[in-house]
Design a protein around this ligand. Sequence first.
Ligand SMILES: *[C@@H]1O[C@H](CO)[C@@H](O)[C@H](O)[C@H]1NC(C)=O
Ligand SMILES: *[C@@H]1O[C@H](CO)[C@@H](O)[C@H](O)[C@H]1NC(C)=O
Ligand SMILES: *[C@@H]1O[C@H](CO)[C@@H](O)[C@H](O)[C@H]1NC(C)=O
Ligand SMILES: *[C@@H]1O[C@H](CO)[C@@H](O)[C@H](O)[C@H]1NC(C)=O
Ligand SMILES: *[C@@H]1O[C@H](CO)[C@@H](O)[C@H](O)[C@H]1NC(C)=O
Length: 686
Amino acid sequence: MVDVVSKNNDLTCRLNFKDPMQFLLVVGTTLRVNLDRDAPPGCKFFSVKCSQNVLYTISPTPNETSHLSPMLLSGNTVLHIGTKRHFHPSPSYKEKLTIRFYGEKKAFIGDAQLELVPLELSLDVDADRDGVVERNNPNKASWKWGPDGHGAVVLVNCDRESYYHEKPDCQTKGHKPNQTALKDCATMVLRTSGPPNLSGGYKLTLHISQGDSECIRVYRDETEDEARITKAKMPIFIRQCVNEFPLVLSSEVLSQEVPYPGPDQELIFYVEGLRFPDKDFDGLVTINLSLVRTSRKGVPETPVFTDKVVFRVSPWIMTPNTLQPQEVFICSTSDNYQFLKGMQDLVDRSGHKLKILQEYKNRGDRWIQDELEFGYVDSPYHRFPVVLDSPRDGDLDYFPYGDLLGRDFGYVKREAQRDAVSSLDSFGNLEVSPPVTVNGKKYPLGRILIGVAFPTTTNGRNMTQVVQDFLWAQKVQEPVALYSDWLVVGHVDEFMTFVPAPDRKGFRLLLASPHAGYKIFKKLQNDGHGQAKIFEGLKDEKPVTVDKILSDDRLRLQNEYVQDCIDWNRDVLKKELGLDEEDIIDLPILFKLVTKGKQERAVAYYPDMVNMIVLGKHLGIPKPFGPKVNGRCVLEAKMCSLMEGLGLTCTFIDDFASYHKLLGEVHCGSNVRRKPFDFKWWNVEL
Ligand SMILES: *[C@@H]1O[C@H](CO)[C@@H](O)[C@H](O)[C@H]1NC(C)=O
Ligand SMILES: *[C@@H]1O[C@H](CO)[C@@H](O)[C@H](O)[C@H]1NC(C)=O
Ligand SMILES: *[C@@H]1O[C@H](CO)[C@@H](O)[C@H](O)[C@H]1NC(C)=O
Ligand SMILES: *[C@@H]1O[C@H](CO)[C@@H](O)[C@H](O)[C@H]1NC(C)=O
Ligand SMILES: *[C@@H]1O[C@H](CO)[C@@H](O)[C@H](O)[C@H]1NC(C)=O
């Protein structure tokens, strides 16, 4: 009967020889009795007798096998008393244990009687993440990452169930969730078997720390309560006044008594996440259930037993280009009819859904890539898309909050100081790689990529700290900082993207490459096409010959500098994503430097083909307006030949006047909500 001894929940009790002593004994815990200390004077022997659900051990272990006849009492004899698990309660719910004491010659001295009321008690969560709240999982109080890990998951309830309030549910104080809203919450169950009620000053309380109470709220399901069922028979207008899911724990109520459900009963609770992991929050929250006892009035209650569960808040997860598109977003403006038509054709061809934001919504702001980033949250019970709103706050600012946020569409934002926000805070500067393995370390959800200032510059622009902190705190897509401050606009999507591939790692990294551009132009010249022109047929743009481009030494120097910047990033990407040369494709793109403020920074010379939209096997690429040979643009031809081998089709979209001239391209002017990963984030090995 060694299993009687529990490690944590040990209570010492003092024997009393007058009346039977009553104890509520929680299954899994033990009462400890120091026999020698509590024995009446002159005792030399003792014996023990108990009813069938009681388990006990004596230490040191006596020589006798039967404990009914007197055994020698030594100076350190201790009795540990517990009860069986999954017991069949006696009709009175009481179990008995009697300790009899004897003097010299085994003469009877006295009996100490204990009346034990066994109680099985567990606070339960879905620690094995199968969508079912199992009973008393041994791992429910801790978190472990990975496929053989454990720990319950809770979502930040950042969608908006009701149109009556404006903010996401998690930011709305005192919102009264109903059955529909509770699907966003994790279930927690209090299970009990024991007596019909708790008497003798015992009660149950749930509690939480102040810090954790800022991160979750707990509701109780009262729909099954007897009082509610009676009310359910009442007229509907009365029922509507009854809150069926009252708040139990919140930042205002850190501890609350909960009713004892009774023999073989359970109480259901709903746990609602309030905030995402961040610099000051590692994502883990703890909820305690305690059985407390007040022995006498005026004496503080003492905890008899504490059970504990842990939840981890789902991180916000980004979706790379290799995932299936679900919805494509672009903006309609007074001047971009050509672009809309090109995009409509592309999206039709790829079979996806196009959503065009009309001007009254976008208020003339076409850079929908920059205003928001689509991601999602996931748990074994529910998942939904969540938009991360950029601190850019352009004229599109209202769209994520006003239009996307809604039922099963979450919203999160990190507020930055206005003067701390730069162009690098636009989310063209926030991308994510496909899944990679780097020196044996797996990133099954890919790695986030952001652009910052070159490490040695002192006055460079950076992505604002609050957004960086947020991204790093999500953990499952560990970010990589690239160098993008060399560009006027300063976004990583101006020099890189990923396309799906049938072989190797399942994708290719595409990089803008002035070298590759010069190579093509040089070959054209060598082949006698030096007089071919870029920008031909464009209104308001002077065509330039290949010869002229090649003879422009300033432009060449500028492009060498740009190539250095991209090469620096290439090395970082190879190292941090574990890429080989064969995983990278160089796209022929030239840049030029312009003076912005005091600094010279780069912009694309002709439409920046790497700034494309990837819709499965269909690529929407800025039409480069390159030099033509036999009526075919050599840049388009090169692009197609590079992509064809991967089974990808190229559609060139004219974005020249309405995007390129405004320092953006197709990718900057579009956004794609994609299907979440099948891979579950909690299986990431950190
Ligand atoms: C158990 O038996 C041994 C010898 O057989 C004796 O020395 C010892 O005192 C006994 N212990 C108890 C607790 O009776
Ligand atoms: C819950 O409330 C929302 C609005 O707040 C309502 O649309 C929905 O129908 C309600 N669900 C139930 C089951 O009453
Ligand atoms: C508590 O349960 C006992 C039986 O164990 C019963 O006799 C008693 O009336 C109950 N008390 C209350 C207040 O329900
Ligand atoms: C929860 O219980 C654990 C140990 O049982 C304790 O360390 C912790 O302080 C408790 N937390 C709260 C908020 O009561
Ligand atoms: C910009 O952010 C990066 C990445 O977090 C950091 O390493 C760097 O020190 C920051 N640079 C400046 C100038 O703040």
